[in-house]
Design a protein around this ligand. Structure first.
Ligand code: UTP
Length: 290
């Protein structure tokens, strides 16, 4: 059976992005013209994951609202003849079937995924982290879905990171059985660079099966006293039930300021109308002219 639902956890506090995220969810910070989470939902839709399950909290209603109609705004755009903007805002509201579940306490990513258990029931499902943007020719989550479908196993996305950054990620120890495809033997949460078995870091793309819920339910608090998805993945790896796919393309972690700002510039430079002016301004900053 193929996944049709995607869980997108968006309930975290976003403390790395304070004070910007005091009242605005990190996932709603704009990346050029769209909020970050819209890129994640668009990637899901491209992979035919049309049922989007947001794991939210009471401060995050604005995320669901973004994917809903805004009838007063639409009436204004219609009255003022701004048809192209009307089309854009309608299209966002119609791109996915949105389902929401609440994470009442922010106890970690593993706990957030467990909160969606009743919605996904007995089907395989995707998980896409709401603040991790991936851009590649074939959508990252689709690359994982293809492997999950042929191998009948849970799959995580990994990217190669510089050794000095391994302590920010879950790092896999694995055997490559085909180019870019790995059987995962161990997952180490945020290892010291000198102890890391590889530079392959788990990023926010997963295709899982309901068997993960058994492990999530029985988790002990891990790193930062949170219920870590990585710990449940480690249990799957020990049972020889976890594969990894090396993802190509660009990735931006919205919770990291250098990544966040780079993502804005990356998309703005793709806009032909803005590009020249932006390049000129950036050039001024870089040469310290002003
Ligand atoms: P992060 O660890 O990047 O997000 O979680 P955070 O906790 O919001 O941010 P910092 O570290 O304090 O800055 C990855 C994703 O998982 C969600 C977050 O919203 C984010 O999209 N998350 C995290 C939850 O939904 N619930 C949690 O308890 C923790």
């Amino acid at each position: 059976m193929e996944a049709t639902k995607v869980i997108i956890p968006v309930a975290g506090w976003g403390t790395r992005s304070l004070p910007a995220t005091k009242n605005v969810p990190k996932e709603m910070l704009p990346v050029y013209k769209k909020p970050a989470v819209q890129y994640v939902v668009e990637e899901a839709i491209e992979a035919d994951l049309n049922d989007v399950v947001f794991v939210t909290n009471q401060q995050k209603r604005i995320i669901e609202d973004h994917f809903d109609y805004n009838l007063s705004l639409e009436a204004l755009l219609r009255r003022t003849g701004k048809e192209h903007l009307l089309r854009d805002v309608r299209q966002v509201a119609e791109m996915a079937n949105i389902i929401s579940v609440r994470q009442k306490e922010q106890l970690g990513l593993g706990h957030a995924v467990l909160c969606a258990r009743e919605v996904v029931k007995q089907e395989p499902f995707a998980v896409m982290v709401g603040d991790d943007l991936m851009f590649s020719r074939s959508p990252a989550i689709k690359q994982l879905m293809e492997v999950a479908k042929t191998e009948h196993m849970p799959v995580v996305g990994v990217v190669e990171v510089p050794r000095e950054r391994v302590s920010k990620y879950g790092i896999i120890q694995a055997e490559e059985f085909a180019p870019g495809l790995y059987r995962v033997r161990h997952v180490f949460e945020k290892p010291d660079p000198k102890d890391a078995p590889s530079r392959l870091a788990i990023v926010g793309r997963y295709v899982l099966t309901p068997e993960i819920f058994h492990y999530l339910e029985n988790l002990e608090p891990g790193y930062d006293l949170e219920y870590q998805l990585t710990d449940a993945l480690q249990a799957l790896a020990l049972d020889k039930r976890l594969l990894a796919v090396k993802l190509e393309g660009r990735r931006f972690d919205i919770g990291d300021w250098a990544d966040y700002l780079s993502a804005n510039i990356y998309f703005a430079l793709k806009d032909e109308e803005l590009k020249d002016e932006l390049v000129e301004r950036l050039g001024e900053f870089l040469t310290n002219k002003k």
